[in-house]
Design a protein around this ligand. Structure first.
Ligand code: ADP
Ligand code: MG
Length: 253
């Protein structure tokens, strides 16, 4: 069976700035990839290409065996219409550093909004799903609260429940705990760890080395638009081969 995520020779520039310079990546189904790397190395851009929020210039991005944003007919590629791209995107959950909850909606409404409007699923099915997901992230009692009344850690757990509500085949996390006070990091990582154990395919960009060590199947180190080193956590974190990886780890550990 093919990998859930497969990138080959992915290049991306913003004007003269080359941000991704030939990224190859495979994430097998049910596995967790943690991406480490200095600020500006292209981690967020990489996640955004996987979600087709950024178009790649060269190379290919496949999710679940399908080329993102294109339809293949024989040898020819046809760009998909925006509506189809949006549909593909709903199969990929994305959790950002800044939780981006809808402030005017309750916690429950934040979780049910996309399944109701984007997926047009019946309310009778979506409401109980929201209850289950809020229980799963430890927020069953906050369903009727508004985001501003919650702590950052609680808001981020709502954002995770909201991503899960689309029942995605892949979850992307972009520094999900970087905006949190230190004492709130643990409660969010506990939820992410629980998802990892349950066999969800995930890519997590984070500086939390302890989390990477426990939860990752593979740790990749990214620098200047390339993945310079990848392997099991013990290998990359304890015996890094690349000088850049060593220098980075010396700083964050
Ligand atoms: P990271 O997440 O590793 O910090 P990013 O992927 O956010 O890195 O950014 C990599 C580089 O690309 C940075 O130099 C950043 O300023 C630049 N960049 C990212 N997005 C854009 C954009 N939309 N337009 C121009 N430059 C961008
Ligand atoms: Mg980033």
């Amino acid at each position: 069976m093919s990998a859930m995520v497969e990138l080959r020779g992915v290049h991306k520039s913003f004007g003269p700035l080359q941000v991704l310079r030939g990224v190859d990546l495979d994430v097998p189904r049910g596995q967790v990839l943690v991406i480490l790397g200095p600020s500006g190395s292209g981690k967020s851009t990489l996640l955004r290409t996987i979600n087709h929020l950024e178009k790649v210039e060269r190379g290919s991005v496949r999710v679940d065996g399908r080329l993102l944003g294109y339809r293949q007919a024989g040898d020819r590629l046809h760009e998909l219409p925006e509506r189809e791209v949006l549909r593909q995107r709903t199969q990929i959950g994305f959790v950002f550093q800044s939780f981006n909850l809808f402030p005017h909606l309750t916690v429950r409404q934040n979780v049910t909004e996309a399944p109701l409007s984007a997926q047009r699923r019946p309310r009778a099915e979506v409401e109980p799903l929201a209850e289950r997901l809020l229980a799963r992230v430890g927020l069953a009692d906050k369903a009727d609260a508004y985001p501003r009344t919650l702590s950052g850690g609680q808001q981020q757990r709502v954002a995770i429940a909201r991503a899960l509500a689309l029942e995605p085949k892949l979850l992307l996390f972009d520094e999900p705990t970087s905006a949190l006070d230190p004492e709130l990091v643990g409660e969010v990582l506990d939820v992410v760890r629980d998802l990892a154990r349950s066999g969800t395919t995930m890519i997590v960009v984070t500086h939390e080395i302890g989390f990477a060590r426990e939860a990752a199947d593979t740790v990749a180190f990214m620098d200047a638009g390339r993945i310079v080193e990848a392997g099991p956590p013990a290998q990359v974190l304890d015996a890094p081969v690349h000088e850049r990886t060593r220098a980075f780890l010396a700083k964050v550990l």
